[in-house]
Design a protein around this ligand. Structure first.
Ligand code: PEP
Length: 245
């Protein structure tokens, strides 16, 4: 599974050249991997079935609200279902850091999405936490939000070290693999239905380094930020995934 997170980037013009470049480059045969794009919500209307080059591309949102009521600026899970949205990212480190979201709120979001819209939960340690050697403790704490929940079988985790996002730095592929195995084990032990989730890697993934991650056993795909803004490069990453997995 390869997911693009466009964050607050793009324009109408960018989107049309993205569609064109993506469809020229993509080469996935009849059984493409799951590919999703989370554009800024205001542009989601361009992701429709009439745009045939996007036949196999799902669309999702970068975040969601957990309630439907008087909450100015919010979008609810019911609205996502109404508009046939395929997935929602939650818990991105930018939401945690810039918008002060904590585990308590992220658990509410997970509970309102669970079994209704496919959920991609982002977790990851900061540079300081990594340097202190407490990465697994930090991830375990962030994963507490699944405790006791009967999770949807499509529930997915994205491991995104905060220090790797947009920095050009990444952990070693073998270290990513070990962390992904750990994440699968923690979710399996703590969820009500003992679900072993898919785990994506995110943080400075490009068409140059993607293969080294995808070769690892427990890497089930990638969440791609900066490199997903170029349709050609994103399609190359999808093609690499399709060839490697
Ligand atoms: C992200 O922020 O989710 C991300 C993976 O960003 P980048 O690929 O730019 O590091």
């Amino acid at each position: 599974m390869i997911i693009a997170n466009w964050k607050c980037n793009g324009s109408k013009e960018m989107m049309f050249s993205w569609f064109e470049n993506y469809s020229k480059e993509i080469d996935c045969g009849d059984v493409p991997p799951t590919v999703g794009v989370a554009p800024p919500l205001i542009y989601f209307g361009y992701f429709n079935d009439e745009n045939t080059s996007l036949r196999f591309v799902e669309w999702g949102v970068q975040d969601v609200d957990h309630l439907d009521e008087s909450r100015t600026g919010a979008i609810s899970v019911d609205m996502l279902i109404d508009m046939a949205c395929d997935f929602s990212i939650i818990g991105h480190s930018e939401r945690r850091q810039i918008f002060n979201e904590n585990n308590n709120l992220i658990r509410k979001k997970l509970k309102s999405l669970n079994k209704r819209i496919m959920t991609i939960l982002c977790i990851g340690e900061t540079k300081e936490e990594n340097d202190k050697g407490i990465t697994k403790d930090v991830l375990k704490e962030q994963l507490e939000i699944v405790n006791g929940l009967e999770l949807d079988t499509e529930f997915t985790v994205a491991y995104e070290p905060v220090w790797a996002i947009g920095s050009g730095l990444t952990p070693e592929p073998k270290d990513i693999n070990e962390i992904h195995k750990y994440i699968k084990d923690v979710v399996q032990s703590n969820s009500e239905n003992n679900l072993s989730p898919k785990v994506l890697y995110g943080g400075s993934v490009t068409d140059k380094n993607a293969e080294s991650f995808f070769k690892e056993e427990f890497v089930d795909g990638a969440l791609v930020g900066g490199a997903s803004l170029d349709g050609t490069i994103f399609a190359k990453i999808v093609n690499i995934f399709n060839r490697t997995k």
